[in-house]
Design a binder for this molecule. Structure first.
Ligand SMILES: NC(=O)c1ccc[n+]([C@@H]2O[C@H](COP(=O)([O-])OP(=O)(O)OC[C@H]3O[C@@H](n4cnc5c(N)ncnc54)[C@H](OP(=O)(O)O)[C@@H]3O)[C@@H](O)[C@H]2O)c1
Length: 348
């Protein structure tokens, strides 16, 4: 790929890296530089200071400090690595954020497997995505993540029909509304958001080649700070296997059943605990997958207007899908195991 093409492609997403690349490498001839500046000024927002900064970088001048800081917080460069044969699987893609993640991945040209527990709604969503993106590379497959038989069936189908899966977005999730709280509800929430996500990872992982990515859609409502007991916090931080995370989840369900959960240091949010287990599992799985060259990320989509939030979220599904899609396509491979929000790393 020529430097110019490399630069103009990256410009759409990564002006800072592009500027650094072009200014540092000094690979471009004067004529090419002029053409690339023109491309940049067209692709990047056309503000005067930004145009000046672009020109300054090309001329080897120092950027104004504010702009340099803005550029330096932008993500590092990642080239387009996928083709229309690269397979992405999205769970819970019949509506909400999952639908939008699948739509954006299909629009980017990946072969997109739309999964849902309701076959009719899932097929409808896949057809709609194919129509709206013009992609002939969108397929529906049924998957109920909380049903082990369905997960097994999906794994068998994927092995037979897809040679590999390079992107897995675990988006499917549930949250009981209002004041609903009880042992059965806690068990159901954990069974979907944590155990179901884990089961899908374990069934798809054997099909994932090096450089694949798993994105677990967690929540800022499931950060470590929701745990009141320091001893429990330490156990989450120190969890070294998926089974250890499962033990913690089961202890919470038992605590809700016995009524002792609060004095044991657990919060009243079943959803929060299930998402904390999912984020902790992400970290554990990332370590297990490191040697295979597979990256695993946790992220929060933000507060999004969907059925789950009773349409109260302030973000659109397009905005909510931004971080999971960015992680699917452009995440830094050294960010494995980390938690992201608004395309930036968040402390666990
Ligand atoms: N909305 C927010 O503000 C927000 C904030 C933080 C995190 N999140 C997370 O973002 C993800 C997507 O949420 P959303 O807001 O888009 O919610 P949503 O509109 O309620 O969509 C949830 C999706 O998950 C599916 N699902 C639930 N249980 C499933 C199962 N057992 N098997 C397969 N699919 C299942 C649902 O299918 P059905 O249609 O069949 O129910 C639906 O497709 C969730 O993991 C959620 O926790 C959302």
């Amino acid at each position: 790929m020529s430097s110019l093409r490399k630069c103009s492609h990256a410009a759409t997403y990564f002006p800072r890296s592009l500027l650094t690349h072009c200014a540092d490498s000094r690979l471009l001839s004067t004529q090419r530089t002029t053409r690339t500046i023109t491309l940049l000024c067209r692709d990047v927002k056309k503000t005067k200071p930004l145009r000046r900064a672009i020109c300054a970088a090309f001329l080897g001048l120092n950027l104004p400090r504010g702009l340099a800081r803005a550029f330096s917080s932008m993500p590092p460069p990642v080239e387009k690595w996928w083709t229309n044969e690269t397979v992405a699987v999205v769970t819970g893609a019949n509506k909400g954020i999952g639908y939008e993640i699948a739509r954006q991945l299909a629009a980017e040209g990946l072969k997109t497997i739309v999964t849902a527990r309701n076959a009719e709604l899932g097929q409808e969503a896949a057809d709609k995505i194919a129509r709206s993106t013009g992609s002939s590379n969108v397929q529906f497959q049924r998957l109920d993540i909380s049903d082990p038989a369905s997960v097994k069936e999906f794994g068998k189908w994927a092995k037979a029909e897809l040679s590999t899966v390079s992107v897995l977005v675990n988006n499917a999730g549930i949250a009981f509304k209002g004041n609903t709280f009880g042992p059965e509800e806690a068990a159901t929430t954990l069974a979907t958001n944590f155990t179901g996500t884990r089961a899908v990872c374990e069934s798809v992982l054997p099909l994932m080649p090096e450089q694949s990515r798993i994105i677990n859609v967690c929540s800022l409502a499931g950060k470590l700070r929701i745990i009141k007991s320091n001893a429990l916090k330490e156990r989450f931080e120190g969890a070294s296997s998926p089974d250890k995370v499962a033990e913690l989840g089961q202890e919470y369900v038992n605590g809700v059943k016995s009524g002792a959960f609060s004095e044991q240091g657990w919060p009243g949010s079943m959803y929060g605990v299930s998402k904390l287990c999912e984020a902790t599992y992400t970290r554990v799985l990332a370590e297990q997958c490191r040697s295979k060259g597979i990256s695993v990320y946790a992220c929060c989509p933000g507060y999004v207007a969907t059925d789950m939030s009773s349409w109260r979220g302030h973000k659109t599904t397009e905005q909510g899908a931004q971080t999971p899609v960015w992680l699917s396509l452009h995440a830094p491979l050294d960010g494995t195991g980390k938690f992201y929000s608004d395309c930036k790393e968040e402390p666990f």
